[in-house]
Design a protein around this ligand. Structure first.
Ligand code: ACO
Length: 406
């Protein structure tokens, strides 16, 4: 706690807490994390039960509305989502303004922000009905936008959504099908993608979620606030970690693969080096990341189903995991693989380009962002976010005529 009287003779006190390490910015009933126990609950339900017994649509319903849907509610919700999967035809002209090799997160930030221009009938953040339609539109259109960004990058025709498929299968088809083939989604990959979406759906007040809340607290429209979340997620310390993890594996592979792991680990352990084992460690989970345990299972299922266990890159990842888990440096610091270690490997195995990993994270997290935004706006204590600062600049001084300045 800083007494600001000591600084400028003003009155009052405030807390100085860079990185919000011990400051709660809000109250929330959506997601609970116990980092020491390695526990993650969505609306009270443990993530391991949700990941095994529910699909992503049920998870979205739970996160948005607070309860798991019954069969009828699930059908009505899924039908609503599938009715909104198409995007305005003119969005493709907006997309064409980007360079083809633009990073998908740059494109996605633009496309999501632009939705407020294409769907002006649902931009009033203070109207609960409009907020609900925006929520459905965002959840429904995110896969379409990510797939369009990918197809544009590849120079391939866009695939329109097909509403008889599951959320994940429809995304797979928009990503990987071409108009001249009858695409049949592989059920193992469909389930793996659905699980990635479930495990990334919400994670309480992380950087991107706090960004969405702060942005929406000004009363701006939901599309603008979610675009801000996408932009924040892009950073390598947040959603960009799975991309960084795969780049690290590629790097070790290029230097000699499994034989070079020892050298790489020594570099990570060197006090004078800034190299980290990407995909290991977590700010909150100091025991294990419960999502990583589930993603690890999926990772082995996918590698088995696709016959990739002997692929050099995946062999390297599995050997690296084993060596690090047995190494005192990582054991003493409680550094375990996090969800990104395995989600990166799974996405690589199923053919998602590395540069699209974070866009898929954004797709999955959209529901969490919207639920948090709704929660904030319906909180009677809600105020525009306005952090204090500890001013360290010059005290008051007078402007001199330009000729007298040194
Ligand atoms: N590799 C090597 N050493 C590490 C790693 C790592 N991945 N993570 C932490 N350490 C070491 C630090 O060097 C430090 O060692 P020291 O005590 O000898 O100085 C000690 O462990 C504690 O590190 P902190 O940085 O204080 O831990 P913090 O909790 O702040 O960091 C973080 C968490 C940022 C996730 C870190 O573990 C990291 O950089 N991991 C790699 C990146 C990554 O995978 N991020 C994804 C997070 S999950 C997600 O976003 C969904």
């Amino acid at each position: 706690v800083i007494d600001i009287r000591k600084l400028y003779g003003q009155t009052g006190k405030f807390t100085y807490d860079p990185g919000f390490l011990s400051t709660a910015s809000c109250s929330s009933a959506i997601t609970y994390i116990d980092g020491d126990k390695g526990e993650l609950l969505y609306r009270g339900y443990p993530i391991d039960q949700i990941a095994v017994q529910c699909d992503y649509m049920e998870t979205c319903y739970l996160i948005l509305y607070g309860e798991l849907p019954n069969a009828e509610q699930k059908k009505a919700f899924s039908d609503r989502v599938t009715q909104h999967t198409m995007v305005h035809e003119q969005m493709q002209f907006f997309l064409r303004g980007f360079r083809r090799d633009a990073h998908p997160m740059a494109v996605l930030t633009g496309l999501v922000g632009a939705m407020s221009a294409f769907y002006p009938d649902s931009i009033n953040v203070n109207d609960p009905e409009q907020r609900d339609i925006s929520a459905i539109r965002l959840i429904a259109k995110m896969p379409t936008l990510v797939a369009m960004a990918y197809k544009y990058n590849q120079g391939q025709p866009y695939m329109y959504p097909r509403n008889d498929l599951s959320y994940a299968a429809n995304f797979m088809r928009m990503m990987w099908a071409t108009p001249c083939e009858d695409y049949v989604p592989n059920p193992v990959i469909e389930r793996a993608l659905d699980r990635i979406f479930i495990l990334h759906a919400d994670h309480e007040q992380n950087a991107s979620t706090s960004t969405v809340r702060l942005c929406a607290s000004s009363g701006t429209n939901p599309f603008a606030a979610i675009a801000a979340g996408v932009a924040c997620l892009w950073g390598p310390a947040h959603g960009g970690a799975n991309e960084a993890c795969l780049n690290m594996l590629d790097d070790i592979q290029a230097k000699g693969g499994v034989a070079k792991i020892g050298e790489f680990i020594s570099e990570v352990k060197d006090k004078n080096s800034s190299v980290r084992l990407m995909g290991f460690g977590h700010r909150v989970y100091k025991n294990y990341d419960p999502r990583a345990k589930l993603m690890r299972e999926t990772c082995h299922e996918v590698l088995d189903a696709l016959g990739l266990h002997n692929d050099p890159l995946f062999k390297l990842a599995m050997t690296l995991e084993k060596i690090a888990l047995e190494d005192d440096y990582f054991i003493q610091r409680k550094l375990y693989p996090n969800v990104d270690f395995y989600s990166g490997i799974v996405q690589k195995a199923i053919g998602v380009p590395v540069s699209l990993f974070t866009a898929n994270f954004a797709l999955a997290r959209t529901v969490g962002w919207i639920a948090q935004l709704n929660e904030m706006l319906t909180d009677p204590e809600y105020k525009i976010g306005r952090p204090r600062q500890l001013f360290t600049g010059s005290v008051r001084r007078d402007v001199k005529p330009i000729a007298e300045r040194g």
